[in-house]
Design a binder for this molecule. Structure first.
Ligand code: HEM
Length: 511
């Protein structure tokens, strides 16, 4: 009896002893970081959690809010409570995570001290099976080479040909139900953007609008979903079952690799000939002019496929979500479109760029719902970013992670002019505000900035504008058919509406 009690007491001693040991270890690491920061000359960001206990409960909160699709909102409320725009936490005392929504700091990370920050080795490893050594996973000279390979396909002249957008958007419209019937637009827009991007990349589209259960569409969704778990839960990533992940990647490869092979085998003169014909020339041909390495081409195609699908589909879902709630915005857009093109005129690149209200609608949507709501960088060396005005610089040590909180930046009321007749409350969707207002630099960054600014920005804006114009030509009215106020953001890699987006389209009576 006594020995049983003693062994029970012994276990408790062991547990308490271990807890004290771990907590002391973390405490020592915190002090070592303090010491290194003092040596460099600067300070920490505001500390959200200073010990193992508070950091653990913060991580539990993070997991809980991510699970309930409200992490971004919680992040902002947490920063609001501290009245800071930059804060840090660390579970183990070192390898801190710094979160910022401060324009000057974001500018420093993305532009001024571009070489001090990158995606880092861990990011590279986590994404390797899916994206290989493509533009998203690399830094330094490797990234530079990728960017050089990709850029020629996004120059203005290449985007002037809107045949691909026309083909896929016509198909999208043909899939909408008859006037007055409700449709869940998010899923249809995701299929439209997958078809558009595969046509652009490979000259062959997946046809997911015709075949919603297309295996490549499903494989993309599965690979991305599991990739997100691998990314968010990276310390325990080896424990995540990955059978479906590898099978899905293989499915996508089986679709793209034969097309890559055919492009590589084309004689150079033939590729040169095709390059003169915009309708035939794809992203794949553009890369094949520079590299014949199938792995290099595969990695870049996978990266642009990932970047190009969800971003535009999610943004257009938000556009329709917002506009269906504010009917005057749709009427205003439609009036502009009808003046410029009538009900059937084919949108040209120039016509799209001329339509101010259309541009304002997209800008306003990306302000409230940036497609990349939060993003990561890693400090590649010991460095500093600006502190609050009048305060010392904030020190980042090699290996620290920075979370760029774009959605939080865009939500900062102090960065906007006071509310007035011309400038409605910044929390409200109002494309009109852009008629009299231009954001100050680095306060509006949906495509980021600096050398790594979204290379597909113009492609994305043209593609989305094209689709919106076609919809506005055909439909005179939209109605939201759900609980509009219940909608929230699901911020995986791309910020998308967490719930369905049920919309009823009403066709104009003269069509
Ligand atoms: C609403 C639409 C879009 C938004 C808001 C958006 C936003 C962004 C952002 C914030 C980044 C920076 C990521 C980082 O540095 O970590 C980025 C990078 C990139 N985007 Fe986009 N994007 C959009 C659409 C597209 C499209 C349609 C394509 C391709 C067709 C594309 C291709 C890329 C590529 C290749 C990069 C990597 C650039 C680099 O690392 O140098 N994006 N995008």
């Amino acid at each position: 009896m006594i020995s049983y009690a003693m062994s029970g007491t012994g276990s408790w001693f062991a547990v308490i002893g271990s807890a004290i040991l771990v907590a002391s270890f973390v405490w020592i690491r915190h002090r070592l970081v303090d010491f290194r920061i003092r040596l460099i000359g600067g300070k920490r960001a505001y500390v959200l959690a200073s010990n193992l206990y508070s950091a653990t409960s913060l991580y539990i909160q993070i997991g809980k809010h991510q699970y309930h699709s409200c992490l971004a909102q919680w992040c902002n409320e947490t920063l609001d409570r501290t009245q800071k725009h930059c804060a840090e936490l660390s579970l183990t005392g070192s390898k801190r995570v710094i979160i910022t929504r401060e324009p000057e700091q974001i500018k420093t990370i993305l532009a001024t001290k571009f070489n001090s920050f990158g995606h880092g080795r861990q990011w590279h490893q986590l994404w390797l099976p899916f994206l290989g050594n493509g533009i998203f996973t690399t830094d330094g000279p490797e990234w530079h080479r990728s960017r050089g390979l990709i850029r020629p396909m996004f120059v203005k002249n290449r985007l002037r040909n809107l045949v691909i957008f026309d083909k896929c958007t016509e198909k999208l419209i043909s899939k909408l139900p008859p006037s007055g019937t409700t449709v869940e637009v998010k899923s249809i827009l995701y299929r439209w953007s997958l078809d558009t991007i595969t046509e652009f990349l490979l000259g062959k589209c997946v046809d997911s609008l015709d075949d919603p259960d297309h295996e490549v569409a499903e494989a993309m969704a599965t690979a991305q979903r599991i990739q997100m778990y691998i990314f968010v839960l990276n310390p325990i990533a080896p424990l995540i079952p990955k059978g479906n992940y590898y099978r899905s990647i293989k499915k996508i490869e089986e679709f793209i690799e034969p097309i890559i092979q055919r492009a590589i085998e084309l004689p150079l003169e033939e590729v040169e000939q095709i390059s003169k014909n915009d309708a035939q020339y794809s992203f794949l041909h553009s890369i094949a002019r520079v590299s014949k390495d199938p792995k290099v081409i595969r990695d870049e195609i996978m990266s642009v496929l990932l970047a190009g699908r969800d971003t535009t589909a999610a943004t257009l879902s938000w556009v329709l979500y917002e506009m269906s709630h504010r009917p005057h915005t749709w009427s205003q857009l439609r009036s502009e479109v009808l003046v410029e093109l009538g009900t059937h005129g084919m949108p040209t690149y120039e016509a799209l760029k001329n339509m101010t209200y259309l541009k304002n609608v997209l800008n306003e949507t990306l302000r409230l719902h940036p497609a990349v709501p939060i993003n990561m960088r890693q400090a590649l060396e010991d460095t500093t970013i600006p502190g609050e005005p009048g305060e010392p610089e904030i020190v980042l040590l090699k290996g620290d992670t920075v979370t760029i909180n774009t959605i939080g930046l865009h939500a900062r009321r102090d960065l906007y002019p006071p509310v007035s007749k011309n400038f409605p409350d910044p929390g409200i969707f109002s494309p009109e505000r852009w008629e009299n207002w231009t954001p100050t630099p680095w306060t509006y960054t949906p495509f980021h900035g600096g050398p790594r600014i979204c290379v597909g920005q113009n492609f994305a804006l043209t593609e989305m504008a094209f689709c919106l114009v076609r919809l506005a030509q055909k439909f005179e009215r939209l109605e939201y058919r759900g609980n509009w106020h219940a909608q929230t953001l699901r911020a995986d890699i791309i910020g998308t509406p967490a719930l369905d987006v049920p919309i009823t389209f009403y066709q104009a009576s003269n069509q």
